[in-house]
Design a protein around this ligand. Sequence first.
Ligand code: AMP
Length: 301
Amino acid sequence: MTTDTISSALCTTIAEAHGAVFSARMANRTIGLVPTMGALHEGHLSLIRRAAAENGFVVVSVFVNPIQFDDAADFVAYPHTIEEDAALAIDAGADAVFAPSAKEMYPDGFSSYIDMGGITERLCGAARKAHFRGVCTVVGKLFHIVQPDRAYFGEKDAQQLAVVRKMVRDLNFPIRIVGCPTVREPDGLAMSSRNARLSQEERKAARCLFRALSEACRLFAEEGARGAAALTGAMRGVLAAEPLARAEYVEIVDPETFASRAPEAAVHAGDRAMLAVHVGGVRLIDNMELTETRETLADHD
Ligand code: AMP
């Protein structure tokens, strides 16, 4: 791919993004948006390919959103690889790559936020108070800037997907939200830009997330376990056996509200097993839907 192809697709200002989308609209093309924070991997590329298959014009945003990080060190450590990202995105079917600066998105005096409450205060929002406020605000801004017909989000971040669906309903964005399945490494680890920060030993240890979730799914589907405590206890057991892993949360949740099932409550097909686990210094999240028939690793190959 030539640098000319990349630079003609790359928009760094909101005005440039408007221009690219305006031309596509004038040509009667539907617009798909894939919001990302960059360091693109196969998980992101699966969203871009799907967007390209379903729309006439695809915008991929690459923006490490400072206001969704509670932990300054995590923000600073987040990889920035815009040249490679733009090439990968275009190769997967993106027509425009919107990579604004923080100043472009949040100029001096910026003070309007989307604050949802409820679902955003649980799980990933419980320990990180500003996280979903930052996510909703940046996604809301991207929706206004790009005005897509469809926007693509991964089930890897299932709570985020549910939050965005609710925001779109609550605030009447005329946008269809498309959820896409989690793409995994051959050993089951969900692909994530943060995986690159794991040492070799931590990378091996990180497999415990998939093992714990698979065990919950197995108990539900094959042994008829229906108590929330039995399933979360089994997941905690798997995680505890891995010395490099420290669980932040281990829950079975209602798939709409993401409220945790109480330990004594029954769980149902469609509920989700949710994990946040620190492996070394890296925080990883993953989740799986509980189904009557069990998903196996072979399903991901
Ligand atoms: P991020 O760059 O991590 O903010 O992710 C951007 C989008 O890609 C979000 O909608 C994520 O849910 C999605 N995504 C990240 N990792 C994966 C994965 N392994 N499989 C599918 N989607 C993913």
